[in-house]
Write a protein that binds this ligand. Structure first.
Ligand code: NAD
Length: 295
């Protein structure tokens, strides 16, 4: 079966590349960090000396990198070296503008391209249960789908170039705002003498119901698997939530959309990260809100 190249073997990319190997594919990987390469090698990924070396003879190339500037730099480097007829998929979460520029670069080199950011976190990356939200031409999406299915369980075609990134940042803006809303409700309930369980039992079956409450409850107890039961270890780090809220605010400004709660959520997560909690799970925002009382 044809070779897959995987550039960016970090917390997400490493296990995703490992799942491609588990599915029987030959994977050549590259990362700037030696420890990430060593971990991926342990999962059966053959490590190349450079990104250019990794993409030689690959029919599918996947990138999983921190931000738009990294994706554009790597795509600029590798696109001239990729065989015509190959497909390139970016699974990183990046700004919509950079994603559209990356698609245009690929088109210039006559390479089909898809943006396919993910939700599901490192747990989903390890278990191959990620959700992919994809943007790109229909034919490129159809070519990418069987590869994405080896790393995830739900693949949604959201539209043309950049549409996957747009869906990702809109979804995560809902998540950031709703986590703050649920945390504020628990903070108020505590002051009013209402137990966590009582609020959960009512709101989880009433109009306050949402994922931040029922799957990721920010207080220990009602949802035993939520990070609140594990000292707010991520999970999904507050720094990554802040990154996504910044991306949605950049996009809102560029597109002229009014998102006042998204803007406020960004400020609150920025203050939380500035206070040294960027590595805490994002549901730990409840502890920050408790600390704001009376100020
Ligand atoms: P990470 O920092 O662990 O991994 C990124 C990797 O890219 C690093 O290992 C880094 O060395 C590598 N890299 C950077 N520049 C490179 C280059 N020029 N060539 C080769 N490798 C290079 O980050 P992560 O948690 O794996 O996240 C990756 C992407 O997925 C980000 O865009 C993030 O926002 C997104 N994401 C992360 C999560 C999560 O829970 N961690 C969830 C959803 C989406």
């Amino acid at each position: 079966m044809s070779k897959i190249a995987f550039i960016g073997l970090g917390n997400m990319g490493g296990p995703m590349a490992g799942n491609l190997v588990k599915a029987g594919r030959s994977v050549a990987g590259f990362d700037l960090v030696a420890a990430s390469c060593a971990a991926a090698k342990g999962d059966g990924v053959s490590i190349a000396g450079s990104a250019v070396e990794a993409v030689a003879d690959a029919k599918v190339i996947v990138t999983m990198l921190p931000a738009g500037n990294h994706v554009l730099a790597v795509w600029n480097e590798i696109l001239p070296r990729i065989a015509k007829g190959a497909l390139i998929i970016d699974c990183s979460t990046i700004d919509v503008g950079s994603s559209i520029r990356a698609h245009a670069l690929a088109a210039k080199h006559e390479i089909a391209s898809v943006d396919a950011p993910v939700s599901g976190g490192t747990g989903g990356a390890k278990a191959a249960t990620l959700t992919f939200m994809a943007g790109g031409a229909p034919a490129a999406f159809e070519a990418a789908k069987p590869v994405l299915e080896l790393m995830g369980k739900k693949i949604v075609h959201c539209g043309g170039p950049g549409a996957g990134q747009a869906a990702k940042i809109c979804n995560n803006m809902i998540l950031g705002i709703s986590m703050i809303a649920v945390s504020e409700a628990f903070t108020l309930a505590e002051k009013l003498g209402l137990s966590h369980q009582a609020l959960f039992d009512v709101a989880s079956t009433s109009s306050g119901q949402c994922w931040s409450l029922t799957s990721y409850c920010p207080v220990p107890g009602p949802v035993p698997t939520s990070p609140a039961n594990n000292d707010y270890k991520p999970g999904f780090a507050a720094a990554l939530m802040l990154k996504d809220l910044k991306l949605s605010q950049e996009a809102a400004k560029a597109a002229g959309a009014a998102t006042p709660l998204g803007a406020h959520a960004e400020e609150i997560y920025a203050a939380f990260a500035d206070a040294g909690h960027g590595g805490t799970d994002f549901s730990g925002i409840i502890n920050y809100l408790r600390g704001q009382a009376g100020e």
